[in-house]
Design a protein around this ligand. Sequence first.
Ligand code: GLN
Length: 503
Amino acid sequence: MSIPSNISDIARQVQNGELRARQVAEAALAQAASNRDLNAFLYLSPESILKAADALDERRLRGEVLGPLAGVPIGIKDALCTLDAPTTCASKMLLRADAPIPAENPTTHGWRAPYDATVVARLRQAGALIFGKTNMDEFAMGSSNENSAFGPVKNPVDRARIPGGSSGGSAAVVAAGITPCSLGSDTGGSIRQPAGLTGIVGVKPSYGRVSRYGLIAFASSLDQVGPFAQDVRGAARVLEAISGVDPADSTSADLPVGAYEAACGRDIRGLRIGVPEEYFGEGLDAGVRERVEEAIAALERDGATIVPLRMPHTNYGIATYYVLATAECSSNLARFDGVRFGLRQEAPGATLGQMYGASRNAGFGAEVKRRILLGTYVLSAGYYDAYYLKAQKVRTLVRQDFENAFAKVDVLATPTSPTAAFKIGAKIEDPLQMYLADVYTLPASLAGVCALSVPCRPLAATPSQPPLPVGLQLLGPAFAEERLFQVAARWEALRTALGPLAS
Ligand code: GLN
């Protein structure tokens, strides 16, 4: 029995009975078992997945319509709350201090959320099979997935390399063909960058498009939940299912959800695509540039108008983001104090303050501590104006760059990342080098606009290197997701027509 790799085929066949949800689940579980070395899952319970699949099959037999994601397995980033599995943000902080960490399902003794995140509840309503919790950088802080308390994730394209981060596990499960789609979160690039580095599609919706209720907060003015998928249409279908206002999240926008899947396949004649000079400067790998320029040229041949332009504040993105995101995380992570959640370190005679300190010291990893320290510093009396307030002002300038650009063009096209996936360990000792990996993804997050990454043709293989994926980033005005899907689907078709690179 062959299982389609495509979301709409799976959903259709499960709904009309050609395929049982149980068969889909079994195939995905087999694929997960043969890719254990990726370390992509923190928790996967075959028992509960098969039970949920059987329940779907029974509902269908009773004549129910299961929904647009009928029987589709979806991996969930461990930053999202789920009723039937632990949620830990890949941190020891959300584990019980006195319980052992098993080799398989290391978060077994993790925190149990009392509710499903809204996006998870919406996926279940659409008929999806929630398929395990995926590994990530601790509290979503990182660009390589090496900051997980449970070990790094490997890139399925080349297991010596990082899959990107922070949603590295969610990207890896899709790239390895375990689940056709997954959910991640993107604060400064954590969906787009891993999608680009593993050769799949990843979408960061506009700020406010998708509910964050049940997403463990990192930086609340930036965080968004979004899908990964093998193909553009699949990502569009999942985004449609999770989008829309949510009374439980006051930052979710009360705006109609677009017809994202229907936008795929629309032609792009006359569409204006801006190419900002600042995204093609120093630091961009020559091979990556070539592949991105090839995609832009193909879109031009297809009828789009290419408009070169300037976005002069692009290079301030990193400095601005690392002030604002750390400030917000120092506040958001204050709740992990050893009292209300998970880990608690007690010593006889310790004061309350000592208990907080010992618990936070034992629970948080090095990068999370670095960010909390930085964030506390930039918010402290005497430094607030120089750092936090200043960064807010620069954020406005970054946002204005986008407003000016979108007055002239419909979408922007850039590389997703300056380089292809690097080797595990290559940048972990140098946080600044790691932060530079986000140079092209951070500005869109600061501006709150929508963005996605869709694969270019990969770099040419060399004797020591397989063809490494390259991402094309498309950016659109807030709530113009349909336009992104329209262009991305068109490029995907053009790429297929181009075929593989001659070697
Ligand atoms: N890599 C960036 C960081 O480390 C972005 C992370 C994210 O989007 N969650 O903060």
